[in-house]
Design a protein around this ligand. Structure first.
Ligand SMILES: Cc1cc2nc3c(=O)[nH]c(=O)nc-3n(C[C@H](O)[C@H](O)[C@H](O)COP(=O)(O)OP(=O)(O)OC[C@H]3O[C@@H](n4cnc5c(N)ncnc54)[C@H](O)[C@@H]3O)c2cc1C
Length: 424
């Protein structure tokens, strides 16, 4: 691929001929590739993992209505809805099983156009990859980007198999530990451990269905959540406080399962009963956080999704933010002639919303941390008052339709309005 001069690159961007490389075929990278292709670009998608690993790694996640709506723009909404579990309420209980709050989301579809959907990660990835392939985008698996350099007229990439390539623009969608971010923005801080570790899984257990309710417990020792429909297994997760990100790294899957069981042994029914059937926990996920980065692009490289703004899972918005980023960035590239203007506009549209999600995520995370007995008592007293406020704030995020108006003034005003409120 030969790099172009600025004038030619600008013209080519307008005519969709410039080569847009995407590092990372996670949720954000795949949605971006799909959307760019739909808009007439020809993206190239590089993924470090093998296809098999991409299809099998990870457990499940819940996509908020705004993320589900985002999937409409890349024709994946129906398939994900079909294969996922509709989530129509979140119930939060204390360690004795008493309800602290219920976030009723049964009107999500009427209010926001979509429900929250809990889906296996591998299933979501498969749907996105198959849709890519059906649209002529072939993700290049086993292609780990090992170094990257941005020049005036191009970006050069080196892969771990020593092959070199040059693209006109590069989108870093390579997640929390983005190699592209660390090389192009070496002055940016590294993600830091938040003091919480998550685990989860999917297991067959004969317990009553929750009928679309994600039931969560602030247990004495750790936080637990699960959802179960009549015809599906139990989808469960937990998070617990730890002094270091490596706290359980050395444990084998049996020992880790045993450790998780112990954490929830005194939880209300059916948390311990679910975990009795969990004999292996293959992986733990230390939760990392990043301060808001000062900017997301430099020359011809732009950050997207977790690479730009790692958001922990505590507000259930990380994947939805990556999807929204992808739709907004692709629209900005379409509507703006110069890539620098496109990157600037993308960032201006996305940053206020990301600030809001980060704030909510941190609030939610703080309630899951280890606490003294007095702290737990206070938490249980205050949560019934605070949770409805948090739930209302979380639901406000559902309203933005990146699929319909990704760059319109309505989207920008919505975001700006939220930002002003944040600042107030
Ligand atoms: C325990 C846990 C639970 C979560 N639950 C939820 C949830 O319920 N709902 C929700 O919305 N979010 C959830 N999240 C957050 C969500 O998973 C992320 O926000 C989301 O995956 C970000 O998407 P992404 O595309 O930016 O990055 P990723 O999905 O991380 O994708 C990055 C991709 O880049 C690839 N890559 C990395 N380096 C390279 C390289 N050098 N070269 C080529 N490829 C590379 C990786 O292999 C990967 O495929 C959770 C996160 C955790 C840790």
């Amino acid at each position: 691929m030969c790099p172009m001069n600025d004038a030619a690159a600008t013209a080519a961007l307008k005519s969709r001929e410039s080569t847009i490389g995407i590092c990372g075929a996670g949720i954000g990278g795949l949605v971006l590739a799909l959307r760019l292709a739909k808009l007439g670009f020809r993206p190239m998608l590089f993924e470090a993992r093998s296809r098999e690993a991409a299809l099998s790694e990870g457990e499940f996640l819940t996509l908020a209505p705004n993320g589900m709506n985002g999937l409409r723009a890349v024709d994946c909404y129906e398939a994900v809805l079909r294969e996922g579990l509709e989530t129509n309420a979140i119930e939060l209980c204390n360690a004795r099983g008493r309800r602290l709050a219920l976030a009723d989301q049964t009107d999500d579809r009427a209010r926001f156009g979509a429900r929250s959907v809990t889906v296996r990660r591998g299933t979501l990835t498969r749907i996105l990859i198959e849709t890519c392939e059906a649209n002529g985008i072939i993700p290049q698996f086993d292609r780990r980007v090992s170094s990257v350099a941005s020049h005036v007229h191009s970006v050069s990439l080196r892969f771990s198999n020593a092959v070199d390539l040059s693209v006109d623009l590069l989108v870093a969608a390579d997640g929390l530990r983005s190699l592209v971010r660390s090389q192009i923005f070496p002055e940016f801080p590294a993600p830091h451990f938040t003091g919480l570790i998550g685990t989860g899984g999917i297991v067959d257990v004969d317990i009553p269905a929750t009928e679309g309710v994600m039931r969560m417990t602030f247990g004495e020792r750790a936080f637990f959540g699960y959802i179960k429909t009549a015809t599906n297994p139990v989808y469960w997760f937990n998070s617990f406080a730890a002094d270091s990100a490596d706290a359980v790294r050395g444990l084998d899957p049996h020992a880790l399962a045993e450790r998780i069981r112990t954490m929830h042994a005194d939880d209300p029914f059916p948390n311990a009963e679910i975990l009795q059937q969990v004999h292996r926990v293959e992986r733990s996920y230390p939760i990392f956080d990043m301060p808001l980065l000062p900017f997301w692009s430099r020359e011809r490289v732009v950050l997207l999704g977790d690479a730009a703004h790692a958001i922990g899972p505590h507000a259930g918005q990380g994947a939805s933010m990556a999807i929204e980023d992808a739709l907004v960035l692709s629209s900005c590239l379409t509507e703006t002639i110069n890539h620098k203007d496109a990157f600037t506009r993308y960032e201006a549209l996305r940053r206020p919303r990301i600030v809001r999600v980060m704030k909510l995520t941190r609030q939610n995370a703080s309630r899951k941390r280890k606490s003294t007995r007095l702290g737990v008592l206070l938490r249980n007293l205050l949560l019934p008052l605070l949770l409805p406020i948090g739930i209302r704030a979380g639901r406000k995020l559902f309203a933005y339709r990146a699929d319909l108006e990704p760059w319109s003034s309505k989207g920008a005003e919505y975001a700006a309005g939220n930002n002003q409120r944040d600042a107030a």
